[in-house]
Design a protein around this ligand. Structure first.
Ligand code: NAG
Ligand code: NAG
Ligand code: NAG
Ligand code: NAG
Ligand code: NAG
Length: 498
């Protein structure tokens, strides 16, 4: 080999090494860029307020270590951010965290043969749904454009939000029709009811109850009652309803007083409810209906900002109305038992406005959060506790829990019978007896399950919306078993008759 032929090869070597170096460098930049570019600009704006962005940078390892030693401070900051974004209404700020940490999911159409649930949704007039939020489409428009977050009407904030399940489910079905929204392929909307597994009734019944129950002027009947009677007439006149007497329909009635007039006539449908407290068993029961979580009203605490055992100075936390009718008498008894106990925060007053913020902080600084039956067996308090990783203590014998066929609540909640809870010393002794390692196991589990209780748009895999669709699918399949078993001999009888 001569010198002449060596030269180009050395030159080539330099070129290759530099270009490899440049390639690596540029792909690093690209990675960094794409990490942040998946966050929508709206979310980004929220995150950046008051310098909280440092807590969300995935690469900030040593900062994270700092964060976990300063849990109360970060939770404070996070509350501030959320509240600023929230305003009167609600606009998708809750999902900010998940845009970053959750795996991306497929864009584009879901394969109809692969989805769990094909849902037919009536094109009810907007008066029944987004019109109740003040939305007015162009003439002939039934639904808002869900591709553009800015065009989606916001649901009223405060305590209204806890029953907003109707809104999230409807939005999710609408989004299944657009190709460029990332969401799980669990349920899709189909436009032919005979191809559907279930028929969804898009009536915002809780909002209708909360906001339109009052009589105005010379009205003889409230908007809420008028809508319900219109709905009954509409549904019972449909072929889809007549086919199975309504059993193939799903109606969301999360507020315990929603659908009060119509529930009896539509009781054959599958309901999505908070609990069965105000329902007779023949109208609502676990066999046909779905229990959905409340949308929590305090802000979610991020896993790495969640205080461990030693950083939660309060042993047990309860904030709520103390005097309740019905099953709620126990709150009063517990109040007198616990109010002077050391480390127990037991306070009056429903949570509104700034109170929501304070309740969040209180829960995030407590080891245990009490969930005591009120005038209904369930409340948003349980879900507020879960997203603050405060181990719930459930004192409500009649409570029904969402997704209990797939979640074992005993892994992250304590259950105490009401009769035991009112025994002097029972509750505090029980809670003081739970040592750090046992508590920490429950806390770790809480951090894992909290995602199942987040309502958000767009929906994410295994969040509350996705979990509800999965539960609906399981319910349909158990109803099918029942139907097929009933058919066993019925059909053979038919053959004999012929
Ligand atoms: C944000 O942090 C920077 C430095 O960390 C500081 O100079 C700035 O004043 C902070 N801004 C706000 C709004 O707190
Ligand atoms: C940061 O928070 C403070 C206190 O809540 C607030 O007054 C201020 O406007 C916030 N800063 C920004 C940049 O929003
Ligand atoms: C969020 O909602 C509030 C009140 O509804 C509104 O003023 C604000 O512009 C919204 N923010 C975004 C980023 O859409
Ligand atoms: C129904 O959906 C199919 C495909 O999803 C579409 O091709 C068709 O045009 C739709 N029909 C109506 C009447 O909207
Ligand atoms: C709906 O699907 C059924 C069964 O595939 C079909 O017979 C019917 O024509 C379809 N209806 C419409 C309006 O497309």
């Amino acid at each position: 080999m001569s010198e002449k032929s060596m030269l180009p090869s050395r030159f080539l070597f330099y070129i290759i090494t530099t270009s490899i170096f440049l390639l690596i460098l540029s792909s690093l930049f690209l990675l960094e860029f794409s990490n942040t570019s998946t966050i929508s600009t709206k979310v980004l704006k929220l995150i950046l307020v008051n310098n909280t962005s440092v807590y969300l940078k995935p690469s900030a390892k040593n900062e994270q270590a700092e964060v976990s030693s300063l849990p109360s401070m970060t939770s404070q900051i996070e509350h501030k951010v959320r509240l600023e974004g929230q305003g009167e209404g609600f606009n998708f700020t809750d999902s900010g965290r998940n845009f970053i940490s959750r795996k991306r999911q497929r864009k584009g159409a879901c394969d109809p043969d692969q989805v769990l649930l094909k849902v037919f949704m009536y094109d009810l007039p907007p008066d029944f749904h987004f019109g109740l939020l003040g939305w007015k489409g162009y003439a002939g428009e039934t639904w808002p454009n869900v591709q553009d977050l800015a065009q989606i009407p916001t649901y009223p904030g405060g305590l209204n939000l806890q029953h907003s399940i109707e809104y999230w489910l409807t939005l999710d079905l609408l989004s299944s029709e657009t190709l460029d929204i990332d969401r799980p392929c669990t349920a899709i909307r189909v436009n032919n009811s005979s191809l559907a597994d279930i028929i969804f009734v898009p009536f915002f019944s809780s909002l209708s109850y909360n906001r339109h129950s009052k009589l105005h002027g010379k009205d003889k009947i409230s908007v809420n009652r008028m809508l319900q009677s219109k709905l009954v007439r509409y549904l019972t006149g449909r072929d889809e309803w007549k086919q199975m007497g309504g059993k193939n329909h799903i109606i969301v009635a999360h507020h315990p007083n929603s659908m009060l007039d119509a529930r009896k006539k539509l009781g054959s449908a599958m309901f999505v409810l908070a609990d069965f407290g105000r329902y007779p068993a023949e109208i609502a029961n676990l066999e046909k209906d779905i229990i959905a979580p409340y949308k929590h009203v305090v802000s979610t605490i991020r896993g790495d900002a969640s205080a461990p055992f030693s950083k939660r100075p309060i042993l047990a936390y309860f904030q709520g109305a103390v005097y309740r009718k019905d099953g709620g008498a126990i709150r009063q008894e517990l109040y007198y038992l616990l109010k002077d106990e050391k480390g127990v925060h037991f306070a009056f007053g429903s949570v509104q406005g700034n109170g929501i913020h304070k309740a969040g902080q209180g829960m995030a600084s407590s080891k245990f959060c009490l969930n005591i039956a009120g005038d209904t067996p369930s409340s948003n308090r349980l879900f507020d506790a879960i997203v603050n990783h405060c181990v719930p203590v459930i004192i409500s014998d009649e409570i029904e829990l969402p997704f209990e066929d797939v979640l074992d609540y005993s892994e992250f909640c304590l259950f105490v019978r009401a009769a035991d809870a009112v025994k002097k010393g029972y509750l505090v002794n029980l809670l003081r007896g739970i040592k750090e390692n046992k508590w920490t196991k429950m806390w770790e589990r809480l951090k894992e399950v909290a995602q199942h209780f987040e309502f958000q748009y767009p929906s994410r895999p295994d969040d509350a919306v996705d979990m509800i669709w999965q539960a609906v699918s399981r319910k349909i399949s158990s109803a099918r078993i029942k139907l097929h078993r009933e058919n066993r001999y019925r059909r053979s009888r038919l053959f004999k008759g012929n």
